[in-house]
Design a protein around this ligand. Sequence first.
Ligand code: TXA
Ligand code: MG
Length: 322
Amino acid sequence: MTEIATLRLAADPAGIAAAAAILRRGGLAAFPTETVYGLGADAGSAEAVAGIYAAKGRPRFNPLIAHVPDLDTATGQGAFGPDALALARAFWPGPLTLVVPAAPGCTVSDLARAGLGSVALRVPAHPVARALIAAAGVPVAAPSANRSGRVSPTAADHVLGDLDGRIDAVLDGGSTAVGVESTIVSCLGEPTLLRPGGVTREAIEAVLGRALAAPAAGGPTVAPGMLLSHYAPRAAVRLGVEALRSGEAGLDFGGRFAGRGAPVLDLSPRRDLAEAAANLFGHLRRLDEALAGAGAIAVAPIPEEGLGEAIADRLRRAAAER
Ligand code: TXA
Ligand code: MG
C-alpha cells in the first residue's frame, strides 16, 4: 500500500470537520470512542471499507461494527426486536454493540457485513465520535485502529505507532475512558454474549431479566473476528502470577509486585476494575516496549466479575499461542 502522510487532527470543530470530509470522500480517519480508537470509513462504500482491511493488514474480511448517531438511525439499518430495543434504550449511547438482522434499507455495504444477513450496530458515547458520525452523515464502519493482531489503541500515539503513513488522519481526543472494546450481544435469536466488553454481563442480564446465552463453540454465532490469538503484544504473556520470575515485567493489580526491581505497571493499585480496564492496553504496550522482544509479561490475578470478564478475555487472547 502507498505511504500517505497521516494528519494528526485536534479534536475541535475544525479537526472534526476535516475528518468528516475525509470519511465522505472515501478516506480513512481514526477517532476516539469511549472504548478504544476506531479506524473509520464510510460503511456504505465497499471501496472505503476495503481500505480499512488494507491499512490494518487484516488477513480476512471480518465483519465490522457500523457506528451510528442514534437509535432512530440504527432502526433504519437493522431490525430491532423487543430485547434489542430494551438493550439499546438502556445502554446507548455507550459501549454496547448489537448484532441484529439487516433491515431491507440497510446501507452498510456487504463487505462491511462480510456478506452476512446481519449487521453490528453501535451508538458510541464519546462526544468526538458522536460529532464526527453526525458530520459524516453516514454509518461509520470502524474496527479498532491497530495493525491486525496487535493490542487495541487507547491513545492517538498508539494509532500512529501502528498506522502512520497508512491512513489519512487521526483525531486526537486524548486517552479513552473505558479502555476495552464494546460488549457484543447478538440479538438474532436468544440474546447471546459474543464478546465481553465495556458493559458488564450483570448489567445486561438485569435489563433482559434473564441470563445471556453463550455462543455455541465454533458455531456461526461466534463473532468471526474473535480469533484466539488477538490483542497480542510481542512479548510472551503469563497469567495468574503470584510472584515475578527474573526477566519478567509485571502487569500488576492491587500492588502485589511492588518493590521487586523489575519493570512493573499496576492496572489499579486500589483494585478498581474500571480503572484496570482503562489502563489495560496502554500498560501492555508500555511493558512490551520496555522488554523490547525479550522476556515475558507476568500478569497478577484479577477478579473475573463485572468488567473483570472483559479484562480476562483480552488477557487470555494476549497469552494465547501464536
Ligand atoms: O469498542 C469497540 O467495539 C471498537 C470501537 C472502535 O467501536 N470496535 C471494535 O471493532 O472493537 P472490531 O472490528 O475490533 O471488533 C468487531 C467485532 C468483531 O469480532 C466482529 O467479528 C464482530 O464485531 N461482528 C461484526 N459484525 C458482526 C456480525 N454481523 N455478526 C457477528 N459478529 C460481528
Ligand atoms: Mg480489534
